[in-house]
Design a protein around this ligand. Structure first.
Ligand code: ATP
Length: 330
């Protein structure tokens, strides 16, 4: 079976972007592949270093994944910091990662712009740690959203660089999405991508109440409607259709598509329908996650079992890497 790795940062409550970019794929992939999914707690320290939030966020990400349909019996589910081999591989790969290429990464440049007082080395080397997460399990498929596409290109470069310098160890990892293109869910205000740590009022969280879901969708950005028949949709309208395709029936989508094409769409009606379908989608996940999150004994068992499995394979990779690099003296 092909090996799959993917992680989610423990930086807050999961949202629809995480669900449709990542988790939805996880749930299908668990039936077909050898999957390693993890909570990226080390990655969260680059921007969310407060110890008092960390534990709750780790439990939350685990619970929300399981509530969404991830089965810890079928996949290896673990917390990144339980796997010290990832840190060791990160150190080794850092010797092959150049400052210039890391500084050019658009997400790094964005972070520098957003918060110039916290440009830590962890932020700069984020793609290296991500590469270690993937290569430590020698994964070939990485289910991620569109925002991670460039990072994965770097991961392939680092894998090739290691293989060329020391001998073949790492297959190249590629981003994966059922369907064709990688998913990018926009924020409901039309500004950038939906994200855990920004724009609370235009992000649909997996723990939003029914009323919050309806209200956020009601306030989503729209306009006065298309001026010409069959015109192209603006990004923010396209985003509403994307969400609708994900949670509503094909008939509903077709109804509003046709209305759009004929210039008689009523966005108020569309948002009302989308709100109801979204409530029906999110409510069961929210309720299940709330219960799982309280069950620390269960979560601890999952985390320990996952860590044991992930370490067994990771330590084999590290022993090969050390051998190839000449770091084996006894
Ligand atoms: P943060 O705001 O803390 O950076 P995030 O919401 O961007 O968090 P990550 O933990 O960085 O989420 O990403 C987890 C997974 O969710 C990744 O596979 C990422 O590609 C995917 N993802 C995140 N946001 C979106 C989005 N808006 N559309 C599609 N996929 C997304």
């Amino acid at each position: 079976k092909e090996i799959v790795v993917s992680g989610i940062r423990s930086t807050g409550i999961l949202h629809l972007g995480n669900y449709f970019g990542a988790i939805r794929n996880y749930i299908r992939m668990q039936e077909e592949f050898n999957c390693y999914f993890f909570v990226a707690d080390w990655h969260s320290l680059t921007t969310h270093p407060d110890p008092k939030d960390l534990r709750g966020n780790v439990y939350r990400v685990l619970a929300e994944n399981i509530a969404s349909g991830l089965d810890p019996e079928k996949v290896t589910l673990y917390v990144q910091s339980d796997i010290p081999e990832i840190a060791e591989l990160y150190l080794l790969l850092n010797m092959m990662a150049y400052k210039g290429e890391l500084e050019k990464v658009p997400t790094f440049k964005d972070k520098v712009r957003q918060n110039p007082d916290n440009v830590n080395a962890g932020l700069l080397t984020y793609p290296v740690l991500m590469t270690a997460d993937i290569l430590v399990q020698r994964a070939v498929k990485v289910p991620v959203g569109k925002d991670q596409e460039q990072h994965l290109e770097m991961s392939r470069n680092f894998a090739q660089r290691f293989n060329n310098r020391y001998g073949f160890l790492f297959p190249e990892p590629f981003p994966f999405n059922y369907g064709d293109d990688l998913v990018r869910i926009m924020s409901l205000d039309g500004n950038g991508k939906m994200s855990k740590s920004e724009n609370e009022n235009s992000t649909l969280y997996l723990n939003d109440t029914d009323d919050a879901i309806r209200n956020k969708i009601k306030k989503a950005k729209t306009d006065s409607g298309p001026q010409e028949e069959n015109s192209e949709k603006p990004d923010y309208i396209n985003n509403l259709f994307t969400l609708m395709k994900l949670v509503s029936t094909p008939d509903t989508v077709q109804f509003f598509e046709e209305a759009f094409n004929k210039c008689n769409i009523r966005y108020g009606d569309m948002k009302k329908q989308l709100g109801e379908d979204m409530v029906a989608f999110i409510a069961p996940i929210r309720e299940k996650a709330a219960a799982i999150q309280q069950d620390h004994a269960y979560l601890h068992r999952i985390m320990r079992e996952g860590a044991d499995k992930a370490r067994a394979t990771a330590s084999q990779t590290l022993s090969e890497a050390r051998k190839l690099m000449g770091i084996n003296f006894y």
